[in-house]
Write a protein that binds this ligand. Structure first.
Ligand code: AMP
Length: 621
């Protein structure tokens, strides 16, 4: 007989239904977020049937927020954060001010006192971390400049909300005039000077940041290095989770900082460590699962009756979130001299509300400042804005594609040397290549960069598609032609001149994405030679199915080179470094097939002697 297990029931119902509805949404070519939210509505208290535990769902969602922000921190250095402060701080503050004023206006129109309108507007001003990061991650934009601005902006909003949450009880007397003051709960902060509260809060946040930068910066990387050297994958994974969750919880419990901010700092501190990549990979599966539960927990709050009972105020609320905030953000970003594209992306990212708004609304209602109807509007506004958000991005993609086409046309009409108007940041990324007979390398990491060096040494014309901004900057600095962005994006791949290319190297580790890229490339050019990278037999098969000509399985090449090293006898010192032959082998294998001379890999070290090459010849499948 089954005993009472609300946690298990909530996880199973949440994940199970989210999976089914997410898959259906995906099949209908709409964002899976819509499916997750609908799953939440289905297991929520306002629809018949099973009702999951809202409190537990919210806590599970918090874990998703922690892991997401930890992951973002892992890709963020302190310098990245500081580099966007000039726009993020004034931008976020100005946007909060505009949204709060709009909220107050709507509150006034509904006959609420100014205090209620203030809390309402404040709740509408802050975007959801999860929704923003999902949108950026889906488009692989977290590490681009606009991604950094959006995340910096979010951090400032987060800090402002931490401040708002502690100040609200202190200011309740001032804000809550017309609501039954007798019902206000005992408030220890009410008597205290507001300035003292602000000072204490800021001191706590500062103490946390200083502690992390001084102590955490040494201890956390040391701990992970130590665990990595134990050789236990399980322990390493555990250490990553313990650090992310532990720091987030400690930050909230001891310093009054939000979970999200605590986790972000834990990640940022690790970002300088060479282990950050592995830490990100280890936390990924859990992060995704819990982020899904976030959407389910939001869906559960939605009472569909509000659509019928209170349509006008709801329309006003949604307009403030989607239109009011976006327009404000757009003009702020433009005023700082950023391109239209950046301004649109930032506005779309922020045109939604989520977890902080719920917390603020809950506190506002608890303190009798905000009427219950305000909370319902905030919840419904959150759901609708989250539902609409993916469509805003799709609209943005369409606009971008149209602008690109117009620009390409203009570029064809303009004589060379005329820069095309107004979007200097985008121009190099979006122009179609003029190369012909070139090699295209997708991914310029450990594998792609070796291939690229070899091709450059052999004098091949080449084009790189890469999405990591530091790498892109470095490549452009070296005078290489780069398309910045995700190669799985059809509009980007279309700029690579694949019909005229000689060979395509898909040198990224992720086989599903590689499969997409390969099938698009194959559709663009039936005769193109495609060389891909894999890490298992299943991946080899998958990539072959998508049309790759040659697949190099990394592990097989490593084994081959190790064996060769041991058997060749040419290596009298068995303890010597073995790295050279491995990368050389894989590289030669990858560069072997095309008709002209195979490029020597690491130019000076490589010895493409006739005896060596056959030993490393790859035979996929
Ligand atoms: P590595 O595993 O060290 O060879 O690195 C792979 C490289 O490929 C990294 O620099 C990634 O930024 C890049 N990369 C991964 N996926 C994509 C993609 N879909 N489009 C463009 N670059 C990618």
């Amino acid at each position: 007989m089954l005993h009472h297990t609300p946690l298990i029931a909530t996880i199973v119902a949440g994940l199970g239904l989210a999976f089914v509805l997410g898959a259906i949404a995906n099949r209908l070519k709409i964002s899976p977020l819509v499916g997750y939210l609908l799953a939440g509505i289905a297991v929520g208290p306002f629809t018949p049937g099973f009702v999951a535990d809202q409190g537990l769902a919210n806590e599970l969602a918090e874990i998703g927020v922690i892991l997401l922000m930890f992951g973002v921190g892992l890709h963020f250095s302190l310098n990245d954060l500081l580099s966007v402060r000039a726009i993020a701080i004034p931008g976020a503050i100005a946007q909060i001010a505009v949204a709060t004023l709009l909220g107050m206006g709507l509150g006034w129109a509904m006959g609420w006192p100014p205090g209620a309108g203030f809390v309402f507007g404040l709740a509408l001003s802050v975007a959801s971390t999860v929704v923003l990061l999902r949108a950026l991650q889906e488009r692989r934009m977290v590490e681009t400049e606009r991604g950094r601005i959006a995340v910096g902006w979010l951090i400032v909003e987060d800090l402002a909300m931490v401040l708002a949450l502690v100040l609200l009880p202190a200011l309740a007397g001032l804000l809550g005039g017309s609501f039954d003051p007798a019902a206000r709960p005992e408030d220890p902060l009410a008597a205290r000077d507001v300035a003292t509260t602000i000072a204490i809060t800021l001191a706590k946040v500062t103490a946390f940041v200083v502690l992390m930068l001084v102590v955490g910066r040494r201890v956390i990387p040391w701990l992970l290095h130590y665990v990595a050297h134990t050789g236990s994958r399980e322990l390493f994974r555990l250490a990553v989770l313990a650090v992310a969750l532990g720091v987030a919880y400690g930050a909230a419990a001891l310093f009054g900082v939000s979970f999200a901010l605590g986790a972000f700092f834990a990640g940022m501190i690790l970002s300088e460590s060479p282990l950050s990549q592995r830490a990100a990979e280890e936390s990924l599966p859990l992060r995704d699962a819990f982020a899904v539960l976030f959407f389910v927990s939001v869906g559960m709050l939605f009472d569909p009756r509000i659509l019928l009972e209170d349509p006008l105020p709801l329309i006003g609320t949604v307009l403030i979130i989607i239109a009011g905030k976006s327009v404000a953000a757009f003009f702020i970003v433009r005023a700082f001299g950023y391109t239209q594209g950046t301004a649109f992306t930032i506005s779309a990212s922020l045109a939604q509300i989520g977890e902080f708004s719920f917390i603020l609304a809950g506190l506002g209602v608890g303190l009798q400042i905000l009427p219950e109807a305000g909370r319902s509007l905030i919840l419904a506004g959150a759901i609708l804005s989250i539902l609409v958000n993916p469509f805003l991005f799709t609209a943005l993609d369409h606009m971008k594609a149209r602008a690109e086409r117009a620009k390409a046309k203009l570029a064809a009409a303009e004589p060379a040397g005329h820069p095309i108007a107004d979007e200097p940041e985008e121009a190099p990324a979006l122009a179609p290549t003029a190369l012909a007979g070139h090699a295209v390398i997708v991914g310029y990491g450990r594998v792609g960069s070796l291939v690229g060096e070899g091709l450059a040494a052999a004098g091949w014309p080449m084009l790189v598609i890469e999405e990591r901004q530091p790498l892109i900057d470095q490549l452009r600095g070296d005078g290489r032609e780069v398309l910045a962005g995700n190669a799985a994006d059809a509009s980007l791949l279309a700029l690579a001149g694949l019909e005229r290319a000689r060979i395509l190297f898909v040198a990224i580790p992720e086989a599903f994405e590689a499969g997409q890229i390969i099938s698009r490339a194959r559709a663009a050019s039936a005769g193109l030679r495609i060389v891909a990278r894999a890490h298992s037999d299943a991946e080899v098969e998958h990539l072959e199915g998508h049309g790759a000509d040659l697949i190099i399985m990394g592990e097989r090449e490593i084994a081959r080179a190790m064996l060769e090293h041991a058997l060749s006898g040419s290596n009298p010192a068995p303890s010597g470094p073995a790295e050279g032959p491995v990368s050389t082998a894989a590289l030669q294998a990858a560069a072997e097939p095309p008709p002209p001379d195979p490029p020597p890999p690491e130019a000076p070290a490589a010895d493409p002697s006739a005896g060596e090459r056959p030993a490393v010849q790859p035979r996929p499948g």
